[in-house]
Design a protein around this ligand. Sequence first.
Ligand SMILES: Nc1ncnc2c1ncn2[C@@H]1O[C@H](COP(=O)(O)OP(=O)(O)O)[C@@H](O)[C@H]1O
Ligand SMILES: [Mg+2]
Length: 165
Amino acid sequence: MAFETRTLGAVRASYIVCESLRDARILSRFALAGGRNFRRRKWISRRLARELRRLHEAGLYSGDMQETNLMLAAEGDEIMIYFVDLEDLRRATRVSEGRRLRNLVHLDRSIGRFVPRSQRLRFLYNYLGGKPAGDEARRLVRRLIALGARTEPQIVRASRIALSH
Ligand SMILES: Nc1ncnc2c1ncn2[C@@H]1O[C@H](COP(=O)(O)OP(=O)(O)O)[C@@H](O)[C@H]1O
Ligand SMILES: [Mg+2]
């Protein structure tokens, strides 16, 4: 729930009321809590890729897509994924490729904490719903590398290894 107080029409203060998430943990802590269950880790990564895609398709993206802004909780056989830092959530009629890739780059570091390097490119393909045909996969990976180089040198190394396979 969100509300604001105004004086003579001018906004004085804005408030947002959030429910406290019980049993939810930030992304890597949630993923690592399963110990060396690598199938579970891959499954979480897949679910997250799908959820991020859904967020973008809904016309939303984050200005700060880091794992402390994502909380996960088990719910029966499924997991719930919450984007908590609403301050950084932005709306766009259509989320551009650059913004989508920037969100992916930011998440890559956290994902690297629970899936091996070779699997990290898989996150991109899961996000896209499969590996794109022909030159498209290569083009996207190159763009990710370029964006990653600006923010996170590790990604460049990881993606180069994947590209050379
Ligand atoms: N609704 C919530 N329930 C439980 N913990 C939360 C909730 N919202 C945020 N947190 C915890 O607080 C941390 C900081 O919250 P966040 O909204 O990201 O604020 P900040 O602007 O300081 O980054 C999160 O990383 C998460 O661990
Ligand atoms: Mg935050």
